[in-house]
Design a protein around this ligand. Structure first.
Ligand SMILES: NC(=O)c1ccc[n+]([C@@H]2O[C@H](COP(=O)([O-])OP(=O)(O)OC[C@H]3O[C@@H](n4cnc5c(N)ncnc54)[C@H](O)[C@@H]3O)[C@@H](O)[C@H]2O)c1
Ligand SMILES: [Zn+2]
Ligand SMILES: [Zn+2]
Length: 342
């Protein structure tokens, strides 16, 4: 059967791989229908993703159909459509035993640390499949991106009426915005790219945006918007260590700062005048948990999350290799590109 492999940075190729075998107890054989492309895939393509090894079949945002299940599987059956929770965890380590499966000590994300779903069929643990009777395969493939924002907001835990500042309006920042909205908090989005802020205002109905142009203007604007209090919850979704080091300045007294973006560079900030004086809480946010997937599917089914602004580009399996480099160009305005496996 066909698959697409990222052989080395900047080089995809079509390959033929062996059909998966019959699912063993606990596993399911699935057919992949839609694959969402995200920042991790772009970084892997560019050779900038430290957790990525080559050659690799990418694909971790998947809308699938169950073809067969192994013995003992009761949560799904042949014919079911599902989103995939692509975080393969050991179920044994300290984190897993405490239910923190998102940060398993030997965690592997499909398509990043092991081969993913850019192929026709594969075997997956059935416990990682989240069923929906209503969603399209593209909507199911979008669930994982949304789960990142859902978990980040759970970590920051904004309350109705509090101010939430989301820094970085890429797909991850936008997924944070979706759940910040549902929390009943007041939302402000900051980015240094005005095109992305325009998208947030026009397509995500967030009216308060701040252009981060350097200097102290952004902080002044945030202060004006929040009557001098600043943000109770700041979520940094930039992946920039500069932004992450500076983000404490935007936190209100007793505020919370969530790092959902990821950097390999050191992050540093003044302790006594900022972290200590304001008694801030700093939390990381990694991947997401199974209940996040269930919740998101229900939210989309109930039209409480509108997926229409999200899916901006499409390609079929054959066209993907040629289209992919275009999706890297900011002027194409890609939020989420979807690949169909027909
Ligand atoms: N926590 C997780 O499990 C998880 C999962 C997936 C991705 N991520 C990470 O989330 C981050 C964002 O991903 P994305 O796909 O949205 O990336 P992206 O590059 O599309 O978006 C980042 C946005 O931040 C803006 N930005 C950069 N520096 C800034 C600054 N100094 N001030 C203001 N805005 C700035 C950019 O203009 C851009 O719009 C990445 O670091 C990615 O690795 C985390
Ligand atoms: Zn992703
Ligand atoms: Zn584990």
């Amino acid at each position: 059967m066909k698959a697409i492999q990222l052989e080395k940075p900047r080089s995809f190729r079509r390959i033929e791989i062996a059909e998966p075998t019959v699912p063993v107890p606990g596993d399911a054989l699935v057919r992949i229908h839609s694959i969402g492309i995200c920042g991790t895939d772009y970084s892997g393509y560019l050779g900038k993703m430290p957790f990525f090894s080559y050659p690799r079949i990418p694909g971790h945002e998947l809308g699938i159909e169950v073809l067969a299940v192994g013995e003992g599987v009761t949560n799904v059956k042949a014919g079911d459509r599902c989103a995939v929770e692509p975080y393969i965890n050991c179920q044994n380590c300290y984190s897993c035993r405490r239910g923190r499966t998102n940060c398993c000590e030997t965690h592997k994300t499909l398509g990043v640390m092991c081969d993913g779903g850019m192929c026709e069929r594969m075997i997956l643990p059935a416990r990682k499949l989240h069923i929906s009777r209503k969603l399209t395969f593209e909507q199911l493939a979008l669930v994982e991106t949304l789960a990142i924002g859902c978990h980040a907001i759970n970590r920051g835990n904004p309350q109705p009426g509090e101010n939430v500042l989301v820094i970085g309006a890429g797909p991850i920042g936008l997924s944070v915005v979706e759940f910040a909205k549902l929390s009943g908090a007041r939302i402000i989005v900051m980015d240094m790219n005005d095109q992305r802020l325009a998208f947030v205002r026009e397509r995500m109905s967030v009216s308060d945006t701040i252009l981060a142009a350097g200097g102290g203007e952004a902080l002044k604007r945030l202060s004006e918007l929040t009557e001098g209090q600043l943000a109770d919850v700041v979520v940094d979704a930039t992946g920039s260590n500069h932004s992450m080091s500076h983000a404490l300045n935007y936190c209100a007294f007793a505020g919370r700062l969530v790092y959902v973006g990821i950097t390999q560079e050191p992050v540093s900030f003044p302790h006594a005048p900022l972290m200590h004086r304001r008694e801030l809480t700093l939390v990381a946010s990694r991947n997401a948990l199974a209940p996040d997937f269930t919740r998101i599917i229900k939210l989309i089914e109930d039209s409480r999350i509108d997926t229409r602004p999200w899916i901006t580009h499409h390609a079929d399996f054959n066209g993907m290799i040629d289209e992919f480099p275009n999706w890297l160009k900011p002027e194409t305005g890609v939020i989420k590109a979807m690949v169909a496996v027909e």
